[in-house]
Design a protein around this ligand. Sequence first.
Ligand code: GDP
Ligand code: MN
Length: 420
Amino acid sequence: MRRFAAPMSTSSKLSALSFQCTTRALNIHEYSSKKFLNEAGCKVEYGIMCETIAEVEAACAKIQSPQKVVKAQILAGGRGKGTFKSGFQGGVHVCANTAVAVETAKKMLGEVLVTKQTGEKGLKVTKLYVSETVPKIKKEYYVALLLDRGFGGPVFVASTEGGMDIETVAAKTPEKIQKMPINIRKGMSLEQGVELASKLGLGPEAGQQFLSIYNFAKSRDATMVEINPFVALENGDYMCIDSKISFDDNASFRQKDIWAHEDLTQKDSREVEAGKWDLNYVGLDGNVGCLVNGAGLAMATMDIIAMYGGSPANFLDMGGSAKTDQVVAALELIQKDPKVNGILVNIFGGIMKCDTIATGIVEACKKVALRVPLVVRLSGTNAELGKKIIADSGLQLEAASDLDQAARTIMGLVNKQAKV
Ligand code: GDP
Ligand code: MN
């Protein structure tokens, strides 16, 4: 679900993080989104996904219009106004002919595109969408269907101000945003689609497309469909010329053809690895790795690391059960990052007892060649027994019983390492 962004405090950054973790969603590229939208009855322009210059040439030959549109495929928006690290401007180009399209493709493929949504790291472009140009665009609109907590169901959010950031429109001209909740039990009628279209000053054919968007989202388990821009053409047609869709992860079993379009190269490789072990993990840029059970405790751990001058290298919630092979995978993942020079393990023993967890950690540390100091904070059921197991392990592990002491200990060890 799309959140309208406000300036973020540290704690809201963290809660956004936990939000990402607990509601995992699949995002697919524009070219894939358009294929699925088209199958559902939405109008999109004809185009071909290309990974090489030879493919771009072949695609241009198949595209009827003399002009060709070349669009960088990354899992982030704002491409049109983005800048490549090479200095080349724009991830969306309307090219006069095939020769220009090929030259443009050469400047995009293999390059890193930075947009408002990618962060300064940017994303590498390995795929392009090469398409026909649409007949003259009269006006651009914004249309999205998303799940909204306030309405308790799906809601259309639409605006006559398309092609730009909806956050900016929401902040500056909120009256230009239309909202239409849909009762998920009753479903959506064509009349509702037409009503939404007329609110935007559009004809009934646009309403038919909005209905197709709804039916698509419902049948395909999409949690968000954002069309920006949805365009009205001079010839009276309507078309979706950009699309961003998120799908509910819990539906992967019944939407296998959609999941086949997942592009793992766009994901943080650490997160791909963590996914294999069913670890609730988000990679960050800091120097202290954390391994915690419980999302709230994980956030508190990240906060206290920051409070003592460190910076968390990751968010990791191991959940209620800490199986040894999961701990091994987590430790390997954390210390693979060269920036990490300490690990803080923060476990609260509830149903899972501290001695069982301590045994798992000791076993895991024996399997992984630990290259950095590791402090374990154990609290809860059988904490004393757990600490004894850590102390008797003969490994370079330190045990602590309160989080404050644990955080200070790991930061002391990290800072000592940094001085060497
Ligand atoms: P974004 O910047 O990542 O949101 O990428 P978009 O696909 O929305 O493209 C950015 C802008 O390029 C759009 O708002 C349009 O104005 C323009 N654009 C995209 N595709 C076409 C096209 O096929 N023809 C024309 N004329 N303009 C296009
Ligand atoms: Mn767009």
